[in-house]
Ligand binder design. Structure first.
Ligand code: ATP
Ligand code: MG
Length: 462
């Protein structure tokens, strides 16, 4: 921790700055003085100033504009303003813009000393907090590193996806939209892009807005100031701030409430946000990777999704084909998942029977890779000997649902309703179990239930 606080005094009265500077230097602060805005800005750029003492009545410039600007450029620097007697209006405006304290000219040294001591305590607290936050983010970073980012596949289609991801990693400022059915690996690809890019040492923050209640969404994204609404018991950073320099992964963007879309668009364009209930602008720079398994163009047509936001998000577009469109990947994925779960459950030498493989090649995997992974995990748990048999996999080798398959392509909606209902019934209306059986997340299942108006009675809810 730096112990000496660095202070800059910006006031047009040379005698005043000299005097104050002398006082600070004798009080063991590191102090600088400037008599014009230009001089002040130069010093701010050269030294890491902790506290700015700013006269808001500088000739030719509006001190409040300077305050606004420095609060954006140096968000962790505190500002004490100096105002004239009777100019309460300016004081109020300055405090709203984020000034820490104010002093009225003429003031006694004791006044400034008290104000600085107060600021010093606050700055020390901020520094301690920052250290704790840095430590926490380091811990979560090592955890992130451990997360499986292996991406398996040999098909031409998946190699192209991989190639596109590596290109996206080379352009860390370009937003990326990833589309593909549920379970195709969109989040996997998003992580690969982040961790292969120069942003890898910063935060990767995955957000699924459909899992957050609408009333809380804005404060989750933008953060809030203590007391700005009931429940806001302390100041809070939002996702945009947390992701500074890193990647914000917006999962299932099609579900984002329309009124939030405009705000998100503004934040991505201006790279400046304000916390809910606050007026201090905060600069933050991040890349957005978004994902959807919906037809987003359709949502634009239906006026559920803003076209301008879509344009902003899909600078680069990566589409991950469904597993049934790249059957060559089934075998390597199966081998990978067997290795993974055999290791996890301490089962050595697990083999797979030929029938299983043939059945999987014919199966159409509505839940894609996630379904194959869950299936393999279940099979290894169920398997009595060393060879995984067809009975261990709950997949119909003859695709007796071929009729239904045809219908699926003809009428996706009806098939989806049928599948969701069936999965819920088969799993005694336990939503998590039904979602697992479908190879989708519980959130995705709930979205589908909402979409098709499928309800379950209260007593049966999981
Ligand atoms: N090519 C792959 N290699 C290894 N594992 C994969 C691959 N593709 C997907 N997976 C695994 O499948 C599971 C689902 O992937 P992921 O969560 O990325 O899918 P998604 O497209 O985001 O799905 P959803 O739309 O339901 O959110 C994860 O456990 C992921 O690790
Ligand atoms: Mg996902």
């Amino acid at each position: 921790m730096k112990d000496k606080i660095k202070i800059l005094i910006l006031d047009d009265e040379k005698q005043f700055t000299e005097e104050l500077n002398g006082f600070f230097l004798s009080s063991d602060f590191e102090s600088f003085e400037a008599n014009t805005a230009a001089e002040g800005k130069k010093i701010l750029g050269q030294h890491e100033i902790d506290l700015l003492i700013l006269d808001v009545r500088l000739p030719g410039v509006n001190g409040l504009d300077i305050l606004k600007e420095v609060k954006v450029l140096y968000p962790s620097m505190e500002v004490i303003i100096i105002s004239a007697h009777g100019d309460m209006d300016t004081v109020i405006k300055a405090m709203r813009l984020g000034a820490f304290d104010y002093l009225r000219k003429p003031f006694r040294y004791i006044d400034i000393q008290i104000a600085i001591e107060r600021t010093q305590k606050y700055l020390q607290m901020q520094r301690r907090l920052k250290k704790v936050e840095e430590k926490n983010s380091l811990i979560s970073k090592t955890l992130e590193e451990k997360i499986d980012r292996q991406f398996i596949g040999v098909s031409q289609k998946i190699l192209e996806v991989f190639d596109q991801a590596i290109t996206a990693a080379k352009y860390p400022d370009a937003n990326v939209l990833i589309t593909g059915e549920s379970g195709t690996g969109k989040e996997n690809i998003a992580r690969i892009i982040h961790y292969s890019s120069e942003k890898k040492d910063h935060v990767f923050c995955a957000v699924n807005s459909s899992a957050i209640t609408e009333t809380l969404l804005e404060s989750e994204f933008f953060g809030h100031k203590k007391g700005s609404f009931t429940g806001a018991i302390s100041d809070k950073m939002g996702f945009f701030e947390v992701c500074n320099q890193g990647t914000l992964f917006l999962d299932e963007i099609a579900d984002m409430p329309f009124n939030l879309q405009a705000k998100i668009l503004r934040a991505t364009e201006e790279k400046v946000i304000t916390r809910v209930g606050d007026t201090v602008p905060i600069r933050t720079d991040f890349r957005i990777i978004s994902a959807t398994n919906h037809d987003i163009d359709k949502n634009v047509e239906l006026k559920k999704f803003r076209l301008d936001l879509l344009h902003r998000l899909n600078t680069l577009h990566i589409h991950i084909p469904a597993l049934r469109e790249r059957p060559e990947d089934i075998k390597p994925l199966l081998t990978h998942f067997i290795e993974l779960y055999a290791g996890k459950f301490n089962r050595a030498n697990i083999q797979v029977s030929k029938e299983v493989f043939e059945a999987l090649m014919k199966y159409d995997f509505p839940g894609n890779v996630r379904e194959l992974r869950n299936m393999t995990e279940r099979a290894i748990i169920l398997c009595k000997g060393n060879t995984l048999g067809i009975a261990d996999f709950r997949v119909n080798p003859h695709k007796s649902e071929t009729g239904e398959q045809k219908e699926t392509t003809v009428n996706l909606k009806i098939s989806e309703i049928k599948l969701v209902r069936k999965a819920l019934q088969n799993n005694r209306f336990n939503q998590q179990a039904a979602a697992d059986a479908l190879g989708i997340t519980r959130d995705a299942l709930i979205r589908k239930m909402k979409k098709h108006n499928i309800s379950i009675s209260r007593g049966e809810e999981s």
